[in-house]
Design a protein around this ligand. Sequence first.
Ligand code: PLP
Length: 389
Amino acid sequence: MVDPIYLDYAATTPVDPRVLDAMLPYFNETFGNPSSVHRYGQQAEAAVESARETVAAALGCRPDEIVFTSCGSESDNLALRGTALAMREKTGANRLLTSRAEHHAVSKTAEQLEEHYGFQVEWLETDGAGTVLPLTVEKAVCKDTAIVSVMYANNEIGTINPVAEIASICRDHHIPFHTDAVQAAAYLPVDVQSLGMDLMSLGAHKFCGPKGIGVLYVRKGTPIFPLQTGGGQESGLRAGTQNVPYIVGFAEALRLTAEEREERIAHVRPLRDRIIGTILEEIPDSRLTGHPVTRLPNHCSFAFKGMDGNLLLTLLDAAGFACSSGSACKTGNPEPSEVMTAIGLSPEWGLGSLRVTLGAGTTPVDVDAFLKALPKLVEKARGLTGDKL
Ligand SMILES: *Cc1c(COP(=O)(O)O)cnc(C)c1O
C-alpha cells in the first residue's frame, strides 16, 4: 500500500529532522533541571535561555516577555483567563470581546469565563469572509472591556485578520489585545512591534516543531495572573519544570520557519491557487470559504452544497487523501461548525465543508492526483448523503 497523501498541514506538521536533531541531546545528555544550582542545572538553564533569546529575536521582543507553555491551547487559556482576571482586579473591567470564528481554545475559555467567573462576553461579528473588521472592534470596546482577542489567521477558513489595526484601536483605549497566531506563524510575519499586540499565542507543531510545546508572548506591563502556580518558573507565569528538549525544538523550528518562509510561500501558493481554481471550476455547487485573497498561502477551504463533509473525508481517506473539514462530527445530529455559521452559511452548505492545507512536502503530483479524484468523490458523497441533511 502506498502512503496516503497528506493535505492537512493546518492540523499538524511533521517534525523537521533538523529540529529533532537539535532536541535529542536534551533528553539524556544535557538532562538537568534548569532550576538546579549545579552544573547539570546550569547547562539546562543555558539551553532554555538561549532558546528564549532565539524566540524573542524572531518575535522582535525581549526574552523576558516569552513564556513557554505546553501548547497553543494553553497559551490561549493563559492569555484570556490570566489577563481577564488581572484586569478585573486592577480596573474592575468585566467584559471580553472575541469572535465566534475563534479556535475553541479561545471561544470555550471565553464561555467558561462567562459561565463561571462572572464575565460578560461580547461576540464580535465577522463579515462573510470571516474577517473581524477594525470598525466592529472600535464600536464594541468600552471602559469595561478587560481584553480583546482576535485570531491572526483562521485555522478553518484561512482568513487573515487585520490584527495590526485592531491592536492600534485597543492601544488607544488601553485595553490588552491578544491574538492567537498559532495557525499564522508558519506563513506570516510575527513581529510584535510592528503588529502591536500585547499577548500572542504560538504552538510549535503547526510549523514543523514538536507537539506539546507553545509560547505566549506577554508585553511588559500587561496585567496577567498565572493559571498554574508553584515553583515560579517562566517569570512566575507558568510553574513546572521546563520541558527542555521541546523548548529547544520550539526555538529551532521557529528560527527555521522565519528563515525559510519566503521559499515555503513560493512553493505552496501556486499549488493552492491551482486547487482553488480547479475545484470551483469543475465541481458544481461549490464555493470557497474564507477570504479569496487575504488568506494563508497554503490554505484552501470549500463548501459543497447538500453533502455531508464527514462522509467526504471518509471517502477521501479510503482513496488515499488525508484532508479535514470544519463540521463538528456529532453522531445522528450533524451541525456545521461555529465558523461556518459565523460566516453566514446555511446548514445546507455549512455541513459540506472541506479543508485542504499544504506544506513543504506537498508536490504538484500530489495535487494532480487529488484534483483528479475529488470531483467523483464529491458526487459519490452527495449521492450517499441523499436528503439526510
Ligand atoms: C492548532 C491551533 C490551536 C491549538 O494549538 P495546540 O498546540 O494544538 O493546543 C489554537 N489556535 C489555532 C488557531 C490553531 O490552529
